[in-house]
Each structure stands twice: as C-alpha cells, then as structure tokens.
Design a protein around this ligand. Structure first.
Ligand code: SF4
Length: 301
C-alpha cells in the first residue's frame, strides 16, 4: 500500500484529522498540536508572568503530555515556575506514583506526591470495601479534586494545570446534559476564594492526538487501566459520543463550544462558594468530600 503523504509537505503522514481533512507528518502534527494548545492558553489568559503552575500528573498519557508540553513552552521563562502533583488514591495494582516521579525527574521538574491515606485516613480500596464499588468513581473524583486543590494551595500554586482533552470536556458537557444538571452547565469557572484557577491547555485537542503527542515525546507513561473504570458513567458516554462523532466529526467541538457559551451566560462560581468549617476547602451547596467521608466512617463502625 503506498504511503499516505502529508497534506502540507508531502512527507509521510502519521495522522489523519477527520475534522480538518488533513493528513499530517510528524513535524506538521507537532506544530499543529502545540499551536492549538498555545491558542487555548492565549484565548483564556491562562498563563501570566509570576505564575507558579501545579500540573496534576497521574503518569497517564494526557497529564504526562501536558507536563512535557508546559516544560517545553515555559523552559526559558524565569518568571514562571512549574511543579508536578500526583495523587495516590490507593488502588492496588493500578496507581504507581513512581511513573509520574520518573517523568517529572527526566524533565527536571519538582514533584509532590500525596495520598488519600495520608490526607483522608482511608484508601479508595478501603472505601470500596465499605461502600461497594458502584460509586467508586464518584468517591475517587470528588476526593481527588479536593485534594489536588489543597496540595496546589499548600505549594503556593497560582494555577492548576489539568490534562483534560477535547473528548473529556465534551463528555463532561454531555454528562451534565444527560443528568439535567443545569447548575453545572451554567457555572462559570473563574478566580474564587480557596480555589486555585484551573487551566486546561489541551481543551481543544482530541484524545487520540494527545495520545500520539505523548507517544512521540514521553518515555514510559502509564497505559494501565483502573480496575474500577467499568463503573464510570463516563465510559458509557465516551462510547456513545465516539460512535456518534464517527459520523459527525465536529460533534465534540460543538459540545465544548456549547459548554463554554452556557458558562459565559451563567453565574461566576465565586459568587456561590463557601469555605467548609471542617476541612477549610471551598464548596458549593455542600462539602461533598466531608459528607462522603463521614458516610464511609459511619458505615465502618
Ligand atoms: Fe478513580 Fe474511577 Fe478513574 Fe479509577 S476510573 S481512577 S476509580 S475516577
């Protein structure tokens, strides 16, 4: 079979973008990828002089690619610093913090690791033992979000960078629609007391391109699968969306665009935030981590 050539330079292509109709070689793929991530940063004013950016790094493809990209982008900026944060949820046979540690070390980036066990006194496996595995991802997501914010603040981060890609964001918007969660759809994320501003440079980049970028640049990222991932509502939504997007390639962009437009028309999150009297972390409505942990402790008795 003859090689497919790059639409820009006629070298051998490594990627076909269905949504743009372009075949891209390695060089043009990397240029295109990094231009999109930089555009997202400029559009949202996500990086400024004086920033100390905490990068949430699980060791998987998205967060490892993000750490590599930000270190490349900011390596000459003496006025901006980066550090990596890894959360050990306590999932036997899955989370191995040494993977993220080694990636950060190779890039010369400071790395902080904290665990559910140290901070909440319980691992995710223990929570599953008490509560069953049906809500494993809800517990994991709620506790991890709070902990990564806590660790970012403790380490004086001004921004918290997440490896969310286009697929993740489109799935989140669709999940909120399917749950009928208008509050979340209308929630405008911005600076708020106690909440480190989150940035998502890969917001407009499809998951498969982030995976390719990671494969080209990061050695030894984690390709393991969480033993609880079959429980996630997200897995159903991912399959549904991938299937639909195969026939309608612009769908994920449309969903992300919808999410941004609804948020812009909604209320700034800062107006609804309260600080929890128990843990000191910000919340809206109720402090879900504290409520969930007290339920687990109650069931353990
Ligand atoms: Fe946590 Fe669920 Fe992700 Fe596993 S699949 S790491 S339990 S959110």
């Amino acid at each position: 079979m003859p090689d497919v050539l790059c639409s820009k330079c006629r070298r051998q292509a490594i990627l076909f973008q269905r949504y743009s109709g372009l075949h891209l070689c390695k060089t043009h793929f990397i240029t295109d990828f990094e231009a999109k991530a930089k555009r997202a940063i400029r559009k949202h004013h996500w990086v400024c002089s004086g920033d100390r950016i905490g990068v949430a790094v699980s060791g998987g493809k998205d967060s490892s690619a993000l750490l590599y990209f930000l270190s490349k982008l900011l390596k000459k900026r003496k006025d901006i610093s980066l550090f990596a944060i890894t959360i050990d949820e306590g999932i036997r046979g899955y989370r191995d913090c040494r993977v993220a540690s080694q990636i950060a070390e190779r890039l010369g980036i400071e790395h902080v690791t904290v665990s559910f066990e140290e901070e909440f006194g319980i691992t995710l496996d223990e929570i599953v033992e008490v509560r069953g595995d049906r809500l494993s991802c809800s517990f994991c997501g709620v506790l991890r979000r709070q902990l990564v914010n806590r660790v970012a603040k403790r380490n004086r981060a001004t921004k918290l960078a997440l490896g969310f890609n286009l697929d993740d964001e489109a799935q989140s918007v669709l999940m909120n629609v399917l749950r009928g969660d208008a509050d979340r759809l209308l929630r405008q994320m911005g600076p708020a007391e106690g909440l480190v501003t989150r940035i998502k440079p890969f917001l407009y980049i499809p998951e498969r391109e982030v995976a390719l970028y990671a494969t080209l640049h990061v050695e030894g990222f984690d390709i393991g699968r969480c033993p609880y991932s079959y429980n996630a509502l997200r897995a159903d939504v991912r399959n549904l969306l991938n299937d639909y997007s195969w026939r309608h390639p612009a769908t994920k962009y449309s969903l992300v665009n919808l999410g941004e437009r609804l948020a812009a028309a909604g209320t700034a999150v800062g107006t609804a935030i309260t600080l929890c009297k128990t843990c000191g972390e910000p919340f809206i409505g109720e402090c879900r981590p504290c409520r969930m942990l007290s339920e687990v402790l109650h069931d353990q008795l």
